[in-house]
Design a protein around this ligand. Structure first.
Ligand code: CO
Length: 161
């Protein structure tokens, strides 16, 4: 396994909509193992493939204390109840923002064996899923704050870029 380079904001790959994984090839398996290693080393609790330069619909989520792999993940249910909590992102190091997310979600994905799985989750882990799935659509957590919040972090963002 090897540690991959994390793409940082404002790298344009972070803004692309990622492609669906059509087949779980040995290359994909290698990629996810390296992603898991990279996430653990970076002390992240989630990582999306575009963050390591691969525009593919793959995420790793720290789920039940282990890094779990989800391929082509899709949110199929969202609670109307939301929750605001602090988020960070390995692609925007040092930036922590309060973001509003659905409290509970249901996600459908494929596992590494290509089997369809459904996960029901809430609170922090639901937040991580939503943050990572956003990455697959080119959305960053700084897109989910208000205009005024964004003004406040403008200088910090400039320092990152
Ligand atoms: Co992120």
């Amino acid at each position: 396994m090897k540690i991959l380079t994390i793409r940082k904001y404002p790298d344009l790959i972070l803004r692309k909509k990622c492609d669906e994984v059509k087949e779980i090839t040995p290359e994909i398996k290698e990629l996810v193992l390296n992603m898991a290693e990279t996430m653990v080393k970076g002390q992240g609790i989630g990582l999306a493939a575009p963050q390591v330069g691969e525009s593919k619909r793959i995420i790793i989520v720290q789920f039940e204390k282990r890094p779990e792999i989800f391929i082509n993940p899709e949110i199929i249910k969202k609670s109307s109840q939301s929750e605001t909590g602090e988020e960070g992102c390995l692609s925007l190091p040092g930036l922590f923002l309060k973001i509003k997310r659905a409290k509970k979600i249901e996600v459908e994905a494929l596992n590494l064996e290509g089997e369809k799985i459904t996960v029901k989750t809430e609170n922090l882990s639901a937040r991580v899923f939503q943050h990572e799935i956003d990455h697959l659509n080119g959305i960053l957590f700084i897109d989910r704050i208000s205009f005024f919040q964004k003004l406040k972090i403008k200088r910090k963002l400039r320092l990152l870029s």
